[in-house]
Design a protein around this ligand. Structure first.
Ligand SMILES: [Zn+2]
Length: 530
């Protein structure tokens, strides 16, 4: 007798009934028989009893051609497909056995979307995406690669040029030249412009773009290799150089460059700069990524802001590979709003705060840019994708109702429940008095205050209401309840090679070479030198 009792699952697959799983206790095979043989013997044993009214546990009334037996016993772990079992012919030898066909694996699991965008807006986005083609048609791969002409200079395919771009056209006085790197690929493709420090005190962008132009990322056999690049990348690490030098957000005339686009050639200073940037740099781009940080006294978790109803902006917003995407047109006069109006794809990345160099925000933005370039097929390799995305079209500011000094309990990135205490306020003039600041709703804190001084009305947190996808989101929280953002793992990549300290050891190789000691015993090398 080959069988005693063992446990099986019957899984019958009917197009009409769907999956019908019924566990039945049937038998246990002897240890000697191989798994496949056991399955076939078992099948033969079971088949006559399928319609036997005397054996109620096996009265399944299942056509045997669609019967599938799945062993749940781990040691057997073998699936018999309906086809080969139904024939009732056990294979003549184990050599003829074919392994079950492997399930087609997706390269990426589908990304879950915690979509907080209202249905009306979602329909607008879907409609807009339906109307516009998938990719821009300004460039073509027909006709090979041409020189890239920028600022009256011809840049040959497969080369990198570092040059200066004057923000102002003057004959005498300060022209504010800003450094720009143009990487013109050896293959045709789109023009991508990467901008940092439109606000002079936001340093995450300048750091990320400087590292991207550094030896760990750019050059032969590096991620950005002009020899294999398709298209052109223009990198301006610091747009607002006068503001950067003064460590201030705005231009020296007190205006915010990111509210002055597209600018005018005969208006105020900042407007003239905006016009120059617009006409020479932005209007000739296919894709623009503008890197920012939170304003003074706050910090942002890495996030993308984009008008998702603009098709190509929607595409690059997703391709950046991070979880949080805020759907908005952008303020009036902002670069991305004006660019989208002219049908140029433009997204804003926000990460960290002004006057700080948050390494995580820098790293995530660098990986995001590479993801974007890979997704546009400008660079070889596959972009990495987040486990899920939160698409949001609205937010809530948590504001203080009291004045004093702040102790933030839930930092940016925290997932907070309604009524949870996110911060406390104390007053040095009234020791012992304390006021709790509670979250008005459940959601993700995408920004929080870093400056402790608050008045009534001061913003303390910027909260994304999360109603859908809460379970998915909670799976990606760390021990402290903060969202783990894609691209934040691992050591900062720009430190590679730099951190390894060389320790010089002086002397001579005993045996004449480093490998001599490991030669065969009694080898001449050893004898010569020792
Ligand atoms: Zn900014």
């Amino acid at each position: 007798m080959f069988f005693s009792w063992f446990e099986l699952h019957f899984k019958s697959i009917f197009p009409s009934e769907g999956s019908n799983l019924q566990p039945i206790l049937v038998g246990r095979a002897t240890a000697e028989a191989n798994a496949r043989r056991r399955m076939n013997l078992l099948y033969r044993l079971l088949t006559p009893s399928l319609h036997d009214p005397r054996k109620p546990s096996l009265k399944l009334n299942i056509p045997k051609t669609v019967l599938r037996i799945v062993l749940i016993c781990e040691s057997l772990g073998l699936t018999v497909s309906a086809g080969d079992s139904a024939k009732g012919d056990p294979p003549s030898s184990s050599r003829e056995m074919k392994p079950p066909p492997r399930a087609k694996k997706r390269r990426f699991a589908p990304i879950k979307i915690a979509n907080q965008i209202p249905m009306r807006r979602r329909k607008e986005i879907e409609k807009a995406l339906g109307e516009v083609g998938e990719s821009p048609t300004k460039w073509s791969r027909n006709g090979g690669t041409k020189n890239h002409v920028f600022m009256r200079k011809r840049i040959k395919p497969g080369t990198i040029r570092h040059m200066e771009f004057d923000l102002l056209d003057v004959e005498i006085g300060e022209s504010w030249p800003v450094p720009i790197s143009v990487i013109h690929g050896s293959r045709p493709g789109p023009v991508v412009t990467l901008l940092g420090a439109i606000h002079g005190d936001e340093l995450v962008g300048p750091l990320a773009l400087t590292y991207l132009c550094g030896p760990n990322f750019m050059g032969p056999d590096r991620v950005i290799d002009a020899g294999v690049l398709a298209g052109t990348i223009r990198i301006v690490p610091i747009v607002n150089l006068p503001g950067y030098r003064r460590m201030i957000r705005d231009f020296p005339d007190g205006r915010d460059l990111n509210r002055c686009f597209p600018g005018k050639p005969d208006s105020n200073t900042t407007s003239r700069v905006a016009h120059k940037l617009w006409s020479k740099l932005i209007s000739t781009s296919d894709y623009v990524v503008d890197l920012h940080s939170a304003a003074k006294g706050r910090t942002n978790i890495p996030q993308i802001r984009a008008n998702l109803a603009h098709a190509s902006s929607n595409r690059i917003a997703r391709s950046f590979g991070i979880e949080t995407i805020l759907d908005s047109e952008g303020p009036r006069g902002s670069l991305r709003r004006v660019a989208n109006q002219e049908d140029i794809a433009c997204i804003t990345y926000e990460g960290g705060g002004s006057d700080e160099a948050d390494p995580e925000s820098v790293q995530i933005s660098m990986y995001g840019i590479i993801n974007l370039l890979r997704s546009l097929r400008m660079l070889p390799g596959y972009p990495s994708k987040p486990r899920f995305r939160i698409l949001a079209s609205g937010s809530v500011w948590i504001r203080s109702d009291q004045g004093g000094l702040l102790d933030v309990l839930a930092p940016a990135g925290s997932f907070v429940e309604e009524g949870e205490i996110v911060a406390t306020i104390t007053d040095p003039e009234l020791p012992g008095a304390q006021h709790d600041v509670v979250s008005p709703i459940r959601g993700l804190l995408i920004s929080s205050a870093t400056h402790p001084f608050v008045n009534s009305g001061s913003p303390i947190g910027h909260l994304l209401p999360v109603k859908r996808g809460v379970t998915t989101l909670k799976r990606r929280l760390d021990d402290e309840g903060c969202l783990i953002i894609s691209g934040s793992d691992g050591e900062p990549p720009w430190r590679e090679d730099e951190e390894i300290e060389d320790i010089a050891v002086f002397g001579e190789w005993s045996g004449g070479s480093p490998d001599a000691e490991w030669g065969p015993a009694g080898s001449t090398d050893e004898e010569e030198d020792n």
